[in-house]
Design a protein around this ligand. Structure first.
Ligand code: ATP
Length: 267
């Protein structure tokens, strides 16, 4: 397992957003985390990326605990992510959006930078070459110098993925990566996620509401409801899982007594 989460819990005051979740992500796999709104999916990503510290539980990544590491350190350890809402620098060009993140990781001295010497120029070239490679990988090289806010929505999403890839992650977490896309953009994005795994060897985990995407791409699915894992397995098993179907059909909207006994104060 590249990522192993054990008995992970996160409470915010009286709300337990993630409750005793255990899951494993095999290296080189494509997995999905699904569940109704408010199920705890984004909170789980925030725990995995150091934005939140767990109330309890363990997160092992690549053989070591990452609990308590800052988001920067988690990223340096090999986990990159994209967010539900696009977080590009809107006034910067596509290539600048990628390069800006890489600059913070350069091992170049202030003196080199001030002198603009050969060490500086070599690093600048390496950064720019890599950014161009990434733009090419996501199909945006021809738009390298376009200001990101002028890019179509699907392209902005691709650019975010390129930026996440710039940190050379072993694992990429995509939070609702096809939300707001039209059907053509969704198909193209799904192909891109597969290429990230197939061509770059990066393990992919996505939070996704579009069941066509989830069922079409995932090898393994984990289902959360009220912060708890209610099912996991391959797509066929999840599709036919009665508890999952119930969660999605909005059992709680019908207000059955079963709901209260299943979820207790988590509801
Ligand atoms: P969606 O699919 O709607 O994005 P989700 O499955 O990602 O939902 P989360 O955003 O993780 O769900 O939220 C899970 C629960 O935790 C919700 O009840 C939410 O209101 C609560 N929650 C999340 N973050 C916080 C916070 N910082 N403070 C208090 N409650 C929070």
């Amino acid at each position: 397992m590249l990522l192993e989460v054990t008995n992970l819990t996160k409470s915010f005051g009286g709300i337990t957003a993630v409750r005793d979740v255990t899951l494993g992500i095999p290296e080189g796999s494509i997995s999905a985390i699904i569940g109704p709104n408010g199920a705890g999916k984004t909170t789980l990503f925030n725990l995995l990326t150091g934005i939140y510290k767990p109330t309890s539980g363990q997160i092992m990544f690549n053989g070591r605990s990452i609990v308590g590491l800052s988001p920067d350190k988690v990223n340096a350890a090999g986990i990159a992510r994209t967010f539900q809402n696009i977080r590009l620098f809107p006034a910067m060009t596509a290539i600048e959006n990628i390069m800006v993140g890489m600059h913070s990781r350069l091992k170049i001295s202030v003196i080199d930078t001030l002198l603009r010497n050969s060490a500086f120029h070599q690093q600048e070239k390496a950064v720019s070459d890599k950014a161009r490679d990434l733009l090419s990988f996501v199909g945006l090289l021809h738009k390298a110098n376009e200001v990101s806010r002028n890019l179509p929505y699907g392209d902005q999403r691709r650019l975010e993925i390129a930026r996440a890839l710039a940190s050379d992650p072993k694992l990429i977490l995509l939070d609702e990566p096809t939300a707001g896309m039209n059907p053509q953009e969704t198909v193209a994005a799904t192909q891109l996620f597969r290429r990230v795994r197939d061509e770059l060897g990066i393990t992919v985990v996505l939070i996704e509401h579009d069941m066509t995407v989830v069922m079409g791409i995932s090898e393994h699915i984990t289902v959360l409801d009220y912060g708890q894992k209610i099912a996991e397995g391959p797509p066929e098993a999840i599709r036919n899982n009665a508890r999952v179907v119930e969660a999605y059909l909005g059992r709680r909207a019908a207000g059955t007594h079963q709901e209260e006994s299943d979820h207790g104060d988590a509801a």
